[in-house]
Design a protein around this ligand. Sequence first.
Ligand SMILES: Cc1ncc(COP(=O)(O)O)c(C=O)c1O
Length: 391
Amino acid sequence: MLPRQRKRPLGLFRLVMVNGLQDSSAIRYDFRYGDVDAEHFPFATWRKLSNLSMQLDQRDLIAYGDPLGEPGLRVEIANYLYSSRGVNCSPDQIMIGAGVQYLLGVLSRLIGGANNGMAMEEPGYDGVRTIFSHHGFHIYPIPLETDGLNIRKLYESKSRIVYITPSHQFPYGMVMPLPKRMQLLKWATDQNGIIIEDDYDSEFRYVGKPIPSLQSLDTHHRTVYLGTFSKCLLPSLRIAYMVLPQELIELHGKQDYRLYDQTVSRFHQKTLELFMKNGHWEAHIRRMRNVYKEKQFTLISRIQQLMGSQVTIIGQDAGLHILLRIHNGMDEQKLIATAEEEGIRVYPVSPFWAQQAEAEKSMVQIGFGGLSKEDITEGVRALHRAWFGIG
Ligand SMILES: Cc1ncc(COP(=O)(O)O)c(C=O)c1O
Protein backbone atom coordinates (compact mmCIF):
# COMPACT_ATOMS: atom_id res chain seq x y z
CA MET A 1 0.00 0.00 0.00
CA LEU A 2 1.34 3.45 -0.89
CA PRO A 3 1.62 6.01 1.86
CA ARG A 4 -0.98 8.72 1.99
CA GLN A 5 0.47 11.98 0.69
CA ARG A 6 0.81 14.64 3.34
CA LYS A 7 2.37 18.02 3.57
CA ARG A 8 5.57 18.13 5.62
CA PRO A 9 5.83 20.85 8.25
CA LEU A 10 8.53 23.30 7.22
CA GLY A 11 9.35 24.22 10.80
CA LEU A 12 11.39 22.87 13.62
CA PHE A 13 12.67 19.53 12.42
CA ARG A 14 13.35 20.16 8.78
CA LEU A 15 16.92 19.14 8.03
CA VAL A 16 19.35 21.89 7.23
CA MET A 17 22.49 21.31 5.21
CA VAL A 18 25.55 22.91 6.79
CA ASN A 19 28.67 22.73 4.61
CA GLY A 20 27.16 19.76 2.86
CA LEU A 21 26.52 17.91 6.14
CA GLN A 22 23.11 17.30 7.58
CA ASP A 23 22.57 19.28 10.74
CA SER A 24 22.06 16.58 13.32
CA SER A 25 20.58 19.04 15.84
CA ALA A 26 17.39 18.58 13.84
CA ILE A 27 17.39 14.92 14.86
CA ARG A 28 15.30 14.32 17.96
CA TYR A 29 15.68 10.57 18.24
CA ASP A 30 18.65 8.70 16.84
CA PHE A 31 18.12 4.93 16.52
CA ARG A 32 21.82 4.34 16.01
CA TYR A 33 23.06 0.82 16.48
CA GLY A 34 26.12 0.90 18.70
CA ASP A 35 24.81 3.46 21.19
CA VAL A 36 24.42 2.05 24.69
CA ASP A 37 22.35 2.98 27.71
CA ALA A 38 24.06 5.77 29.68
CA GLU A 39 21.56 5.91 32.53
CA HIS A 40 22.47 2.52 34.03
CA PHE A 41 26.21 2.68 33.62
CA PRO A 42 27.68 2.44 37.16
CA PHE A 43 29.63 5.69 36.96
CA ALA A 44 30.28 5.88 40.72
CA THR A 45 31.71 2.36 40.92
CA TRP A 46 33.78 2.86 37.78
CA ARG A 47 35.15 6.14 39.15
CA LYS A 48 36.07 4.49 42.46
CA LEU A 49 37.86 1.61 40.74
CA SER A 50 39.60 4.02 38.34
CA ASN A 51 40.92 5.93 41.32
CA LEU A 52 42.10 2.70 42.91
CA SER A 53 44.02 1.78 39.78
CA MET A 54 45.74 5.17 39.91
CA GLN A 55 47.05 4.73 43.43
CA LEU A 56 50.70 4.54 44.32
CA ASP A 57 50.92 0.80 44.74
CA GLN A 58 49.93 0.58 41.06
CA ARG A 59 52.98 2.60 40.00
CA ASP A 60 53.99 -0.30 37.80
CA LEU A 61 51.09 0.69 35.52
CA ILE A 62 52.89 3.77 34.24
CA ALA A 63 55.18 1.61 32.09
CA TYR A 64 54.40 -0.30 28.88
CA GLY A 65 52.43 -3.43 29.65
CA ASP A 66 52.24 -6.99 28.39
CA PRO A 67 51.61 -6.89 24.61
CA LEU A 68 48.79 -9.42 25.06
CA GLY A 69 47.11 -7.35 27.76
CA GLU A 70 47.14 -7.23 31.56
CA PRO A 71 47.56 -10.78 32.91
CA GLY A 72 45.03 -10.15 35.71
CA LEU A 73 42.37 -9.00 33.26
CA ARG A 74 43.03 -12.00 31.03
CA VAL A 75 42.43 -14.29 34.01
CA GLU A 76 39.09 -12.58 34.68
CA ILE A 77 38.08 -12.82 31.01
CA ALA A 78 39.04 -16.53 30.85
CA ASN A 79 36.93 -17.26 33.95
CA TYR A 80 33.98 -15.29 32.62
CA LEU A 81 34.13 -16.92 29.18
CA TYR A 82 34.29 -20.38 30.68
CA SER A 83 31.29 -19.84 32.96
CA SER A 84 29.13 -17.92 30.50
CA ARG A 85 30.01 -19.36 27.06
CA GLY A 86 31.85 -22.61 27.89
CA VAL A 87 34.97 -21.20 26.19
CA ASN A 88 37.94 -23.39 27.03
CA CYS A 89 41.17 -21.46 27.19
CA SER A 90 44.03 -20.43 29.38
CA PRO A 91 44.62 -16.69 29.99
CA ASP A 92 47.78 -17.07 27.87
CA GLN A 93 45.64 -17.66 24.78
CA ILE A 94 43.81 -14.35 25.23
CA MET A 95 44.85 -11.18 23.46
CA ILE A 96 43.30 -7.87 24.50
CA GLY A 97 43.07 -5.06 21.96
CA ALA A 98 41.31 -1.82 21.08
CA GLY A 99 38.27 -3.30 19.37
CA VAL A 100 37.33 -6.30 17.29
CA GLN A 101 38.55 -4.64 14.09
CA TYR A 102 42.01 -4.07 15.54
CA LEU A 103 42.25 -7.68 16.72
CA LEU A 104 41.11 -8.98 13.34
CA GLY A 105 43.85 -6.89 11.76
CA VAL A 106 46.40 -8.70 13.93
CA LEU A 107 44.81 -12.05 13.10
CA SER A 108 44.82 -11.20 9.38
CA ARG A 109 48.55 -10.56 9.43
CA LEU A 110 49.07 -13.75 11.39
CA ILE A 111 47.24 -16.01 8.96
CA GLY A 112 48.10 -13.97 5.86
CA GLY A 113 45.55 -12.58 3.43
CA ALA A 114 47.59 -12.73 0.23
CA ASN A 115 46.77 -16.28 -0.83
CA ASN A 116 43.72 -16.79 1.28
CA GLY A 117 40.01 -16.35 0.83
CA MET A 118 37.68 -15.26 3.62
CA ALA A 119 34.17 -16.67 3.62
CA MET A 120 31.67 -14.32 5.26
CA GLU A 121 27.96 -14.33 5.90
CA GLU A 122 26.03 -12.44 3.21
CA PRO A 123 24.86 -10.03 4.50
CA GLY A 124 27.46 -9.54 7.20
CA TYR A 125 29.33 -6.95 9.24
CA ASP A 126 30.81 -4.44 6.79
CA GLY A 127 33.31 -3.14 9.37
CA VAL A 128 34.97 -6.53 9.42
CA ARG A 129 34.69 -7.18 5.68
CA THR A 130 36.68 -3.99 5.08
CA ILE A 131 39.45 -5.10 7.44
CA PHE A 132 39.79 -8.44 5.66
CA SER A 133 39.81 -6.78 2.21
CA HIS A 134 42.46 -4.32 3.34
CA HIS A 135 44.61 -7.26 4.37
CA GLY A 136 44.34 -8.82 0.93
CA PHE A 137 41.78 -11.55 1.56
CA HIS A 138 39.46 -12.39 -1.28
CA ILE A 139 35.95 -12.20 0.20
CA TYR A 140 33.55 -15.06 -0.50
CA PRO A 141 29.99 -13.98 0.39
CA ILE A 142 28.10 -17.06 1.60
CA PRO A 143 24.29 -16.86 1.56
CA LEU A 144 22.24 -17.38 4.70
CA GLU A 145 19.44 -19.83 5.41
CA THR A 146 16.84 -19.38 8.13
CA ASP A 147 19.21 -21.03 10.62
CA GLY A 148 22.37 -19.25 9.48
CA LEU A 149 25.20 -19.86 7.03
CA ASN A 150 24.62 -22.21 4.08
CA ILE A 151 27.26 -24.86 4.78
CA ARG A 152 27.02 -26.42 1.30
CA LYS A 153 27.90 -23.06 -0.25
CA LEU A 154 30.74 -22.74 2.23
CA TYR A 155 32.23 -26.04 0.99
CA GLU A 156 31.74 -24.87 -2.61
CA SER A 157 33.59 -21.61 -1.96
CA LYS A 158 36.81 -23.54 -1.31
CA SER A 159 37.71 -20.94 1.31
CA ARG A 160 39.61 -22.38 4.26
CA ILE A 161 38.63 -19.57 6.59
CA VAL A 162 35.23 -18.32 7.66
CA TYR A 163 34.23 -15.31 9.79
CA ILE A 164 30.87 -15.86 11.43
CA THR A 165 28.44 -14.45 14.04
CA PRO A 166 26.68 -17.70 15.07
CA SER A 167 25.03 -16.59 18.30
CA HIS A 168 23.35 -13.54 16.82
CA GLN A 169 23.88 -13.26 13.10
CA PHE A 170 24.77 -9.71 12.16
CA PRO A 171 22.53 -8.12 10.94
CA TYR A 172 19.60 -10.59 10.61
CA GLY A 173 19.84 -11.92 14.14
CA MET A 174 19.28 -15.66 13.69
CA VAL A 175 20.92 -18.05 16.13
CA MET A 176 22.77 -21.00 14.64
CA PRO A 177 21.35 -24.22 16.16
CA LEU A 178 23.54 -26.95 17.59
CA PRO A 179 23.38 -29.41 14.63
CA LYS A 180 24.54 -26.71 12.24
CA ARG A 181 27.34 -25.74 14.61
CA MET A 182 28.51 -29.34 14.50
CA GLN A 183 28.41 -29.31 10.67
CA LEU A 184 30.49 -26.14 10.64
CA LEU A 185 33.06 -27.71 12.95
CA LYS A 186 33.18 -30.74 10.66
CA TRP A 187 33.78 -28.39 7.71
CA ALA A 188 36.74 -26.90 9.59
CA THR A 189 38.24 -30.34 10.20
CA ASP A 190 37.60 -31.47 6.60
CA GLN A 191 39.22 -28.34 5.16
CA ASN A 192 41.96 -27.97 7.73
CA GLY A 193 40.20 -24.63 8.10
CA ILE A 194 39.81 -21.82 10.61
CA ILE A 195 36.54 -20.52 12.07
CA ILE A 196 36.55 -16.94 13.34
CA GLU A 197 33.66 -16.76 15.81
CA ASP A 198 32.51 -13.22 16.68
CA ASP A 199 30.34 -13.48 19.81
CA TYR A 200 29.89 -9.69 19.92
CA ASP A 201 26.65 -9.40 21.95
CA SER A 202 26.15 -12.85 23.44
CA GLU A 203 25.13 -11.28 26.77
CA PHE A 204 21.80 -10.12 25.37
CA ARG A 205 19.64 -13.06 24.53
CA TYR A 206 15.94 -12.58 25.34
CA VAL A 207 14.35 -15.82 24.11
CA GLY A 208 15.36 -19.46 24.68
CA LYS A 209 18.47 -20.92 26.23
CA PRO A 210 21.94 -19.85 25.07
CA ILE A 211 23.65 -22.31 22.74
CA PRO A 212 27.28 -23.14 23.57
CA SER A 213 29.89 -21.19 21.64
CA LEU A 214 31.57 -22.91 18.69
CA GLN A 215 34.88 -22.62 20.52
CA SER A 216 33.49 -24.67 23.41
CA LEU A 217 32.34 -27.44 21.04
CA ASP A 218 35.55 -27.47 19.03
CA THR A 219 37.69 -30.45 20.03
CA HIS A 220 40.12 -29.86 17.14
CA HIS A 221 41.14 -26.31 18.11
CA ARG A 222 40.19 -24.72 14.83
CA THR A 223 38.23 -21.77 16.30
CA VAL A 224 39.36 -18.23 17.02
CA TYR A 225 36.88 -16.65 19.45
CA LEU A 226 36.22 -12.90 19.72
CA GLY A 227 34.23 -10.81 22.14
CA THR A 228 33.92 -7.15 23.03
CA PHE A 229 33.05 -4.93 25.99
CA SER A 230 31.49 -2.39 23.59
CA LYS A 231 27.94 -3.69 23.89
CA CYS A 232 27.62 -4.61 27.53
CA LEU A 233 29.83 -1.90 29.01
CA LEU A 234 30.95 1.04 26.86
CA PRO A 235 32.07 1.29 23.22
CA SER A 236 34.28 4.24 24.16
CA LEU A 237 36.43 2.01 26.39
CA ARG A 238 37.71 0.24 23.26
CA ILE A 239 38.33 -3.11 24.93
CA ALA A 240 37.84 -6.35 23.05
CA TYR A 241 39.53 -9.75 23.27
CA MET A 242 40.49 -12.61 21.01
CA VAL A 243 41.08 -16.20 22.09
CA LEU A 244 43.62 -17.88 19.82
CA PRO A 245 44.11 -21.63 19.51
CA GLN A 246 47.47 -22.79 20.85
CA GLU A 247 48.97 -23.11 17.37
CA LEU A 248 48.23 -19.48 16.50
CA ILE A 249 49.34 -18.10 19.83
CA GLU A 250 52.68 -19.89 19.32
CA LEU A 251 52.94 -18.39 15.83
CA HIS A 252 52.18 -15.00 17.36
CA GLY A 253 55.07 -15.48 19.76
CA LYS A 254 57.47 -16.64 17.03
CA GLN A 255 56.70 -14.03 14.40
CA ASP A 256 57.71 -10.96 16.38
CA TYR A 257 54.10 -9.96 16.97
CA ARG A 258 55.01 -9.57 20.62
CA LEU A 259 56.77 -6.41 19.47
CA TYR A 260 53.37 -4.86 18.76
CA ASP A 261 52.59 -2.82 21.85
CA GLN A 262 49.30 -3.22 23.64
CA THR A 263 46.66 -0.77 22.34
CA VAL A 264 44.43 -0.49 25.42
CA SER A 265 45.35 1.80 28.32
CA ARG A 266 46.69 -0.19 31.26
CA PHE A 267 44.61 1.95 33.62
CA HIS A 268 41.40 1.03 31.84
CA GLN A 269 42.42 -2.61 31.80
CA LYS A 270 43.15 -2.51 35.54
CA THR A 271 39.84 -0.79 36.25
CA LEU A 272 37.99 -3.43 34.26
CA GLU A 273 39.90 -6.20 36.02
CA LEU A 274 38.79 -4.83 39.41
CA PHE A 275 35.25 -4.38 38.09
CA MET A 276 35.12 -8.05 37.11
CA LYS A 277 36.96 -9.39 40.15
CA ASN A 278 34.62 -7.64 42.57
CA GLY A 279 31.43 -9.02 40.99
CA HIS A 280 30.27 -5.76 39.36
CA TRP A 281 30.50 -7.16 35.85
CA GLU A 282 28.09 -10.07 36.46
CA ALA A 283 25.67 -7.73 38.23
CA HIS A 284 25.92 -5.21 35.41
CA ILE A 285 25.16 -7.83 32.75
CA ARG A 286 22.11 -9.02 34.68
CA ARG A 287 20.85 -5.46 35.07
CA MET A 288 21.49 -4.50 31.46
CA ARG A 289 19.81 -7.63 30.13
CA ASN A 290 16.60 -6.50 31.83
CA VAL A 291 17.03 -2.87 30.78
CA TYR A 292 17.49 -3.81 27.12
CA LYS A 293 14.77 -6.44 27.23
CA GLU A 294 12.31 -3.77 28.38
CA LYS A 295 13.49 -1.30 25.75
CA GLN A 296 13.19 -3.91 23.06
CA PHE A 297 9.71 -4.86 24.27
CA THR A 298 8.68 -1.19 24.10
CA LEU A 299 10.07 -0.85 20.59
CA ILE A 300 8.47 -3.99 19.24
CA SER A 301 5.09 -3.54 20.88
CA ARG A 302 4.83 0.09 19.70
CA ILE A 303 5.76 -0.90 16.16
CA GLN A 304 3.22 -3.72 16.20
CA GLN A 305 0.48 -1.49 17.66
CA LEU A 306 0.98 1.27 15.12
CA MET A 307 2.22 -0.43 11.98
CA GLY A 308 0.95 -4.01 12.34
CA SER A 309 1.24 -6.00 9.13
CA GLN A 310 2.53 -2.99 7.18
CA VAL A 311 5.99 -3.90 8.46
CA THR A 312 7.98 -7.06 9.19
CA ILE A 313 10.19 -7.14 12.28
CA ILE A 314 13.36 -9.20 12.01
CA GLY A 315 15.84 -10.34 14.64
CA GLN A 316 14.01 -9.85 17.90
CA ASP A 317 15.43 -12.76 19.90
CA ALA A 318 18.64 -11.06 20.94
CA GLY A 319 20.87 -8.01 20.71
CA LEU A 320 20.51 -4.26 20.63
CA HIS A 321 18.99 -3.75 17.21
CA ILE A 322 16.23 -5.01 14.96
CA LEU A 323 15.68 -4.83 11.23
CA LEU A 324 12.43 -3.47 9.90
CA ARG A 325 11.10 -4.27 6.44
CA ILE A 326 8.54 -1.61 5.52
CA HIS A 327 5.78 -2.43 3.06
CA ASN A 328 4.94 1.05 1.80
CA GLY A 329 6.69 1.13 -1.56
CA MET A 330 9.58 3.33 -0.38
CA ASP A 331 13.17 2.25 -0.94
CA GLU A 332 15.91 2.43 1.69
CA GLN A 333 16.97 5.96 0.81
CA LYS A 334 13.44 7.29 0.87
CA LEU A 335 12.67 5.53 4.15
CA ILE A 336 15.69 7.20 5.76
CA ALA A 337 14.97 10.60 4.21
CA THR A 338 11.31 10.70 5.23
CA ALA A 339 12.24 9.60 8.76
CA GLU A 340 14.77 12.46 8.95
CA GLU A 341 12.13 14.94 7.92
CA GLU A 342 10.29 13.91 11.08
CA GLY A 343 13.46 14.33 13.16
CA ILE A 344 14.25 10.61 13.38
CA ARG A 345 17.40 8.86 12.28
CA VAL A 346 17.33 5.24 11.16
CA TYR A 347 20.10 3.44 9.29
CA PRO A 348 20.66 1.70 5.97
CA VAL A 349 21.19 -2.04 5.74
CA SER A 350 22.51 -2.16 2.15
CA PRO A 351 26.18 -1.68 3.23
CA PHE A 352 26.01 -5.10 4.88
CA TRP A 353 25.83 -6.80 1.48
CA ALA A 354 29.06 -7.46 -0.43
CA GLN A 355 26.93 -7.95 -3.54
CA GLN A 356 24.85 -4.79 -3.68
CA ALA A 357 22.39 -6.20 -6.20
CA GLU A 358 21.26 -8.73 -3.56
CA ALA A 359 20.60 -6.16 -0.82
CA GLU A 360 17.15 -5.80 0.74
CA LYS A 361 15.44 -2.84 -0.88
CA SER A 362 12.96 -1.60 1.74
CA MET A 363 14.61 -2.24 5.05
CA VAL A 364 16.26 -0.17 7.79
CA GLN A 365 18.27 -0.97 10.89
CA ILE A 366 16.94 0.29 14.21
CA GLY A 367 19.20 0.29 17.25
CA PHE A 368 17.55 0.96 20.58
CA GLY A 369 20.36 0.76 23.16
CA GLY A 370 20.92 4.49 23.59
CA LEU A 371 17.29 5.68 23.78
CA SER A 372 14.94 5.71 26.77
CA LYS A 373 11.60 3.88 26.59
CA GLU A 374 9.85 7.25 26.29
CA ASP A 375 12.10 8.28 23.40
CA ILE A 376 11.50 4.95 21.71
CA THR A 377 7.73 5.42 21.99
CA GLU A 378 7.89 8.93 20.56
CA GLY A 379 10.36 7.88 17.89
CA VAL A 380 8.14 5.04 16.66
CA ARG A 381 5.16 7.39 16.53
CA ALA A 382 7.15 9.76 14.32
CA LEU A 383 8.31 6.89 12.09
CA HIS A 384 4.70 5.89 11.61
CA ARG A 385 3.94 9.46 10.55
CA ALA A 386 6.92 9.53 8.22
CA TRP A 387 6.22 6.25 6.49
CA PHE A 388 2.44 6.03 6.52
CA GLY A 389 1.43 9.68 6.87
CA ILE A 390 -0.57 9.00 10.01
CA GLY A 391 -0.23 10.00 13.65
C1 LIG B 1 29.29 -8.09 14.54
C2 LIG B 1 30.07 -7.07 15.31
N1 LIG B 1 31.25 -7.42 15.85
C3 LIG B 1 31.99 -6.53 16.55
C4 LIG B 1 31.55 -5.23 16.72
C5 LIG B 1 32.35 -4.14 17.38
O1 LIG B 1 33.18 -4.44 18.37
P1 LIG B 1 34.27 -3.37 18.83
O2 LIG B 1 33.58 -2.14 19.26
O3 LIG B 1 34.96 -4.10 19.94
O4 LIG B 1 35.19 -3.12 17.67
C6 LIG B 1 30.34 -4.84 16.18
C7 LIG B 1 29.90 -3.45 16.35
O5 LIG B 1 28.96 -2.97 15.87
C8 LIG B 1 29.59 -5.77 15.46
O6 LIG B 1 28.43 -5.41 14.90
